[in-house]
Write a protein that binds this ligand. Structure first.
Ligand code: DGY
Length: 321
């Protein structure tokens, strides 16, 4: 009997056909909606492999009903949607998609930083809604990015790729990380700072740390208060690293100047979310890795990992070793 693979989002034909050539495949096909929990559990109970995305909760409840499950290929570098301990207890391999998305996510992070500093989305709406009546010296002025200080919290692969881009803008690069990053220090002149030092010194504080028990709720009101009044805060990793209410209050109290956010506590955010009424917030729908090339490569990595497990080879990007 061929293994059964359940794919929790609509994927392009090329990916579906690649899997269907070897396995029995079913897929959730409503592209604008997440697979409902009861359907995910029902399919997982029969599946030998799951191809999941970050909004699927893959937890003890799921594993305990999925006796045949051998591998979960999660289409993301992050795997905070998966209970790794439970997966290991149930003997399920968990794989992610690192590397292929590093540069694409760094590009988006830098685009968000530029857009927030130079008020790009606000300016585009200004033109679109017919408000541009003349050129004026101080119309829609933002703040410079070049020659400023960027403070990167989480100097992993994406953090380092953002630092490379910042070096091209002649920025001074500060970083905070669990471990010193000697390569970034030598190649890019990146300077290590404690968390508090980074917050007080940086013009742009960029969060790229992974979400785990050490980083959940890392940014509280006091941390925004430590930043310069002119600081711009960027988050392109995971929403729950920030206490969202604290960020709203810090923006309302002008304790920082602006925020560029690709990720939120609860995604998608409601149309009534306070961020959406703030002119100094650029909010994006979690599109860090969203280029055609990268999304195809991420799905390709998921297929590689599923194939490896069924062919008794070590998966390329196993997370629960
Ligand atoms: C990731 O890979 O973890 C992103 O957040 C999803 O693209």
């Amino acid at each position: 009997m061929r293994p059964f693979v359940y794919v929790t989002r609509k994927v392009p034909d090329e990916i579906y056909d690649r899997l269907a050539a070897k396995y029995d495949v079913e897929m959730w096909t409503e592209s604008d909606k997440a697979v409902p929990r009861d359907i995910l559990l029902e399919k997982a109970a029969k599946a030998n492999a799951l191809l999941t995305v970050i909004s699927d909760a893959v937890d003890e409840d799921l594993f305990s009903q999925a006796d045949q499950l051998k591998v979960v290929a999660n289409m993301a570098v992050g795997f905070d949607n998966i209970d790794l301990d439970a997966a290991s207890r149930h003997g399920v391999s968990i794989c992610n998609t690192p590397d292929v998305l590093t540069d694409t996510t760094a590009d988006l992070t830098f685009a968000l930083l530029l857009a927030t500093a130079r008020r790009v989305t606000e300016a585009a709406e200004f033109v679109k809604y017919g408000q541009w009546t003349s050129w004026a010296p101080m119309m829609l002025v933002g703040t410079d990015v070049h020659h400023k200080k960027i403070g990167i919290v989480g100097m992993g692969k994406i953090g380092t790729a953002v630092a490379k881009r910042a070096a091209g803008f002649d920025m001074e690069i500060l970083y905070h990380n669990r471990n010193r990053h000697e390569v970034a220090e030598e190649m890019l002149g990146a300077q290590y700072r404690t968390f508090d030092e980074l917050l007080t010194e940086a013009d742009f504080v960029v969060c790229l740390a992974p979400l785990n028990e050490d980083t959940r709720g890392l940014f509280q009101r006091e941390h925004f208060q430590k930043m310069k009044d002119s600081a711009i805060f960027i988050n392109a990793s995971r929403g729950p690293i920030i206490n969202e209410q604290s960020l709203i209050e810090a923006l309302e109290a002008n304790e920082i100047a602006a925020a560029g956010l690709d990720v939120f506590d609860k995604e998608p955010i409601d149309a009534s979310h306070p961020f959406l009424t703030m002119k100094n917030v650029v909010a994006l729908p979690h599109i860090g890795s969203a280029s055609t090339e990268t999304r195809m490569a991420m799905m390709g990595t998921c297929c590689d990992n599923i194939e490896a497990v069924f062919e008794d080879r070590p998966p390329k990007t196993l997370v629960n070793k």
